[in-house]
Each structure stands twice: as C-alpha cells, then as structure tokens.
Design a protein around this ligand. Structure first.
Ligand SMILES: O=C(O)CCC(=O)C(=O)O
Ligand SMILES: [Fe+2]
Length: 260
C-alpha cells in the first residue's frame, strides 16, 4: 500500500538547498520558481517543428500525451543499445530546436538548481560514457491520470536505476486554462504495481484516498519540480499545455543526474 509522505506544509517552496533536500524525501510537495520570460518560451515554441508531436505520438494508448523526444521508460532492457542509439538522433533534433530558439530550458533549469540549491547536477551517463536523452517536450492537453514515475521499474543495467530519489522537472512553455498538476501526499511502493493492469501505469485512486493533495496551477515560464514517486496527475487543459521536461535522480553519492 502506498506510503504516506510527510509534508511539513502543503505548499510549494522556492529553490534552496533545504528545499531540494526536502523534496527528495517528500517532506514538501513541490518546488516552483519563475525561470523563463514569455519571449523565451515563445521562442522555444516557434522553434519546434510543425510536426513535433505527431512523429512520436504512435505510443500505446495508456498515455495520451504527445511528445518530441524519447522516454527511457519506453525501452525495455533488451532494447538498451537501441535506446542509446535513438538518444543520439533525438538529441540532434532537440539541439536544432535549442539552436533555433536561442534558449535551452533544461540547461537554464540545471544552472538554477546548481546556483540556488548548490546541487552537483549533470546529464545522466552510463559507466561506458553513453549519454541519456534529456529535454523532452510534452503536449499534455488531455492531462495524465494518477501515476508515479520511478526508474526502479527498470533494472540495474541502467545506471539511473540506482537513484535514491526521483523528481519530475517541468518548464512550462505556454499559458492554458485548467491543466493543474495535482500532487498527493502518498509515495509509490513497489507492491502498488500489482494493482495496475499490464501495459498501463494508471493507478487506482484508492491509493490516494484520504491523503492531502496540492493543486498546482503553473504559469508560463515556471520551473516546477515535484517528487515523481509521490502520486500525481494532471487535469485536462484548455489550450496547448506544453512543457520542456526531464527527470532528476539523486544518486547514492549525492550527485543529481538528468534524463527523460
Ligand atoms: O506536466 C506536469 O505538470 C507533470 C507531468 C508529469 O506527470 C511528470 O512530469 O511526471
Ligand atoms: Fe509524472
């Protein structure tokens, strides 16, 4: 059964060493800071290819969101080599967008985390040097139902699997109506997966029954960090709800690594 998290208050905090640490152990629900201005967000949106979201939309029906880039969670371990090959191609397409936009939302977010929270944070790499893909752009207009994101579902052949804590990082590139991100004061437990139908990762609402929750309505340009092992969901949005996203893992040696 999902474990209670222990929020000291049900409010997002600003970025600081203490807040990042507290988020990693789910003592606070979220960290939220303004990161990009409107013109920077618009520049990234304009730089996306017209068919950005169509090319990668052919994914199983359990997720309705559209994305530009690849997700490690979509690759089984027997396709690990394929993942790192695809990561090179996806990074090239991402880099073209960043170059055209003149702004790199993930690099900006990581710099801010370094400066304001004193974290040692870098893009995740395997011991053999191969780099994970990071900086996925997601259009989540229909929302996402209750879930938790944890690389513990993969196996130890992936270096990120060692992460002691995992955060979702989103930089909001658009304004929209609705589309709140709701975080629940309940942490995912491995045993919870037994309740999820095969091929899905939408969890039973009973797991969050009675738990406190925080409804976050991010604004364009915001950087939002949540503990992705706390159950969360996104409400449907009116208008395009586009974020530049990644996961942040805390390794046993205290370094933070980033992938998508
Ligand atoms: O877009 C959001 O607000 C959060 C989406 C999400 O589920 C995640 O980033 O893990
Ligand atoms: Fe998530």
């Amino acid at each position: 059964m999902a474990r209670a998290a222990a929020w000291r208050k049900a409010e997002p905090e600003s970025l600081s060493p203490g807040a990042l640490e507290a988020l990693c152990v789910a003592e606070i629900p979220a960290v939220r800071v303004p990161l990009l201005d409107g013109a920077e967000c618009d520049a990234v949106m304009r730089a996306l290819p017209d068919d950005a979201f169509e090319r990668y939309a052919a994914k199983p029906a359990f997720q309705t969101f559209e994305r530009f880039g690849i997700a490690q969670a979509g690759y089984h371990s027997n396709r690990r080599d394929r993942y790192f090959e695809d990561a090179i191609q996806a990074a090239r397409q991402r880099d073209a967008v960043i170059a055209a936009a003149g702004v790199d939302p993930l690099a900006r977010a990581m710099a801010r985390i370094r400066e304001d929270a004193g974290a040692d944070i870098s893009i995740a790499r395997e011991a053999d040097g191969r780099e994970y893909f990071s900086g996925i752009v997601r259009r989540l207009n229909d929302g996402i139902r209750l879930h938790a994101d944890t690389c513990r579902r993969t196996d130890a052949r992936w270096g990120i699997q060692a992460a002691r804590a995992q955060l979702s990082l989103n930089v909001f590139l658009t304004s929209f109506d609705g589309g709140a991100c709701i975080v629940h004061e309940r942490r995912h437990e491995d045993a919870d997966d037994e309740t999820v139908p095969r091929g899905s990762y939408i969890y039973d609402r009973a797991l969050v029954a009675g738990a406190r929750s925080l409804r976050i309505e991010p604004e364009k340009g915001d950087l939002l960090l949540i503990n992705s092992r706390c159950y969360h969901e996104v409400e449907p949005a009116g208008g395009d709800r586009v974020t530049y996203a990644a996961f942040v893992g805390l390794l046993p040696d205290g370094r933070f690594v980033v992938w998508a």
